[in-house]
Ligand binder design. Structure first.
Ligand SMILES: [Zn+2]
Length: 320
């Protein structure tokens, strides 16, 4: 059920149910402002997305027509799939971080033609029998209409004060976080979520692994007292959760680095090392994207090499 909770004067957390099989809800945040509120994220367009948003706003004492700005923290469909509808129904401005605006990693982005995703999977060594599954997102979200966003400003003034917008790429190429210096509150989007391994979005920027670490360092340096994440409850131990996320991202590259040897192996084979063989499809897809991001990061730093064999398959090796 949609719900709202006031975290402090003029700042509301909205819980929006998702019509997904695994992730059951996403958080949006309502920042009250004179002359029109700021909504941070709006949820998915799948199922009853719009009704859930209206219900959550009502629980916070607001209505869609009270919105002046929709800020989407990143372009993943669970956070911004409903954006075009919100803009159309309310006439509010849509602001986002600098593009590109990917729905998810390139291995399973439904907006990329399936033939292109299949070719990419073949290049990375996915067995034919698994391509259809791994090239499709389990949530079947992302084919929603798009609205053209404006580039997010450096800060947004609201009734609760000015929130600074800071880049936080890695989980998504366009992710931004919001920082309230006086309260020391950080709306961190999906930068770090309690008890969830960070998702590194492969293929949408040059080095998402490095981007992710830099974003976590930026967040840690702020020394937030409260972390408002894209999923789950407010986090009162931000340093711990951010540090754990950082260790996890680093762990991906360390395990890839340690696994490489003189045997040429595909990204698919190496990605399988980051999750148990019987893991769920979403877990295997996350591990695959994380492994490829880590391998490309290691290569960029001269710590791994790859070769494209005559079969068109890319394989990874250690420098001997
Ligand atoms: Zn996300």
């Amino acid at each position: 059920m949609a719900a709202a909770r006031e975290l402090g004067a003029g700042v509301w957390a909205l819980r929006l149910p998702l019509a997904y099989p695994v992730v059951k809800s996403v958080n949006a945040y309502l920042l009250e402002a004179e002359g029109g509120h700021v909504l941070v994220d709006c949820g998915s367009s799948l199922g009853d997305g719009w009704d859930h948003l209206v219900d959550a706003l009502a629980a916070a004492g607001a209505a869609p027509e009270d919105l002046a700005v929709l800020l989407c923290t990143h372009s993943h469909a669970d956070h911004c799939g409903l954006a075009a509808e919100v803009v159309e129904r309310t006439g509010c401005r849509l602001v986002m971080g600098a593009g590109p605006h990917p729905v998810i990693d390139v291995l399973r982005d439904p907006t990329i033609p399936f033939a292109d995703r299949r070719a990419l999977h073949r290049r990375h060594g996915t067995p034919e029998a698994e391509i259809a599954e791994l090239a499709s997102d389990i949530n079947e979200d992302g084919l929603h209409p798009r609205a053209e966003p404006e580039l997010a400003p450096a800060s947004l003034t609201t009734g609760s004060g000015a929130w600074q917008l800071l880049p936080a790429p890695g989980h998504s190429a366009d992710q931004v976080m919001l920082w309230h210096p006086e309260r020391r509150w950080l709306i961190g989007a999906d930068l770090a979520i309690k008890d969830a391994r960070p998702f590194v979005e492969h293929g949408t920027s040059a080095d998402p692994h490095a981007d992710y670490l830099a974003s976590l360092d930026r967040a840690l340096a702020l020394e937030p007292e409260l972390l408002l994440a894209g999923h789950g409850r407010p986090i009162t131990t931000p340093a711990e959760v951010l540090a754990r996320a950082r260790a996890s991202v680093r762990d991906g590259a360390e395990r890839m680095g340690a696994a490489l040897d003189a045997r040429p192996r595909t990204g698919y084979e190496l990605g399988a090392l980051l999750c148990p063989p019987d893991a769920s499809r979403p877990s295997r897809q996350r591990a695959f994207a994380e492994a490829l991001s880590a391998l490309e990061h290691l290569k960029a730093r001269g710590l791994a090499r790859s070769c494209l064999d005559g079969d068109g398959v890319l394989r990874w090796l250690a420098f001997s």
